[in-house]
Every structure is written in structure tokens, then in C-alpha cells.
Design a protein around this ligand. Structure first.
Ligand code: SF4
Ligand code: SF4
Length: 196
């Protein structure tokens, strides 16, 4: 089974899943983002509420996605976790930080043809909530075929749920950027710095 399983044990940073310089950069970038969000925490209530909504929506998707994986991944001749290149994007990171989810120990991106660093023989080691969104929402052709055999409202509802999460991810990002920009513009230290 590939994509469908989730394990609980995420290796600690620098435990050998990824070359050290890449992991170090990843760690530094996440520390910088954590510091930025923490500095502006007071204006990020709305963004955090949207992130929590996204988490609830992802949790609601999970049973159906898990079922699809259970029915298809074990027999897959070309597992997507090896053939596709994925990565944790900025919205994923915002989501993890705003909801206090654990941060994956390295970026998911792998070289073309190499397996994703989170792939184990039992499938994905990341809990579904902290997988890249592009992995969570991915429905491969085999899974589409399974969906087509289900009642029409099931797949229509799934598509609608995925689109709703897409919209909320955009809302969350826009809200974070807008609030932080506004706060920087109006803070006394930034105006004195600008006025020299
Ligand atoms: S391509 Fe489909 S069946 Fe194969 S591992 Fe990926 S999700 Fe599972
Ligand atoms: S994070 Fe990697 S192993 Fe997990 S589902 Fe995505 S591609 Fe597969």
C-alpha cells in the first residue's frame, strides 16, 4: 500500500531522511515563519479560524480518501509517491503553523524518479493532515474509476469539498499577508524606519 497508510513516527530533523543542508534550510525557513506568525499573532485570529476550518474539512475528507486508497493502492503498478514530484507549499506551511500541527521534518520534494522521502513500505508516513495538500486532494485514475461506481452525489460532494478547501487555503493566505502588511505599515517602528 502506498499513499493511503499513515504512520505516526516522523523522524526528527536531521535523522538522515534528507541531505543535511536541505534539511537545515527547511528548519531555518520554518523557524523564520514561526517567528513572523508569532510576532503578528494578535492580528491573525481570522486566518487561524480559517486554518482550523480547513483542518476540520480535511478530517471530513479522510474516511473516503482512506477507503479509496485501501481499494486501489495495494495493487498499483505505478505508485504516485514515486512517479509524481510533490512539495509542501507556502499555504501548507501556513496551515501547519497556524493550527499548531507538527511540521514535517523536511520538504517532500524528491528528484524525478526518486520516491518521496516520506514513503515507507507501509505507505505515507505523514498523518494525512500534514501531507502536502496536493497529495491529500489527488485522486488518481484508478480511484476515479472506483468513485464512478459509487452514487453520483458521493463524487460530486467530494469535488465540492476539495474546491471548498482550495478556496479556504487562498483565503487563509490572503488574510495572513493582508494583516501582516497592514500591521507593518501602521506600526510606529516601521514609519520611523521609513522616515529615516
Ligand atoms: S496512483 Fe493511485 S492507486 Fe497508485 S499509489 Fe497513487 S493513489 Fe494509490
Ligand atoms: S507526502 Fe510523499 S509519501 Fe506522502 S502521500 Fe505525498 S508523495 Fe506520497
Amino acid at each position: 500500500m502506498m499513499k493511503g497508510d499513515s504512520g505516526k513516527n516522523i523522524p526528527a530533523i536531521g535523522s538522515g531522511m534528507d541531505p543535511v543542508p536541505r534539511t537545515w534550510k527547511w528548519h531555518q525557513s520554518n523557524c523564520a515563519l514561526a517567528r513572523l506568525l508569532s510576532r503578528h499573532q494578535r492580528v491573525l485570529n481570522k486566518a487561524t479560524a480559517v486554518a482550523l476550518e480547513i483542518r476540520r474539512e480535511i478530517d471530513e475528507l479522510t474516511p473516503l480518501m482512506t477507503e479509496l486508497c485501501r481499494r486501489t493502492c495495494r495493487f498499483c503498478p505505478e505508485p504516485c509517491c514515486i512517479t509524481n514530484t510533490v512539495w509542501i507549499d507556502f499555504r501548507d506551511l501556513l496551515f501547519f503553523h497556524l493550527t499548531d500541527e507538527p511540521i514535517p521534518p523536511c520538504q517532500a520534494a524528491s528528484d524525478p524518479g526518486d520516491a518521496c522521502p516520506f514513503l515507507s513500505h507501509r505507505g505515507c508516513r505523514l498523518p494525512r493532515r500534514i501531507r502536502p495538500w496536493m497529495c491529500i486532494k489527488y485522486i488518481c485514475p484508478a480511484q476515479r474509476a472506483v468513485l464512478q461506481k459509487k452514487e453520483r452525489p458521493v463524487s460530486a460532494a467530494l469535488c465540492a469539498d476539495i474546491q471548498k478547501i482550495e478556496r479556504n487555503r487562498l483565503r487563509m493566505e490572503v488574510e495572513v499577508i493582508r494583516r501582516i502588511r497592514r500591521k507593518i505599515r501602521t506600526s510606529p517602528s516601521s514609519s520611523s524606519a521609513c522616515s529615516g
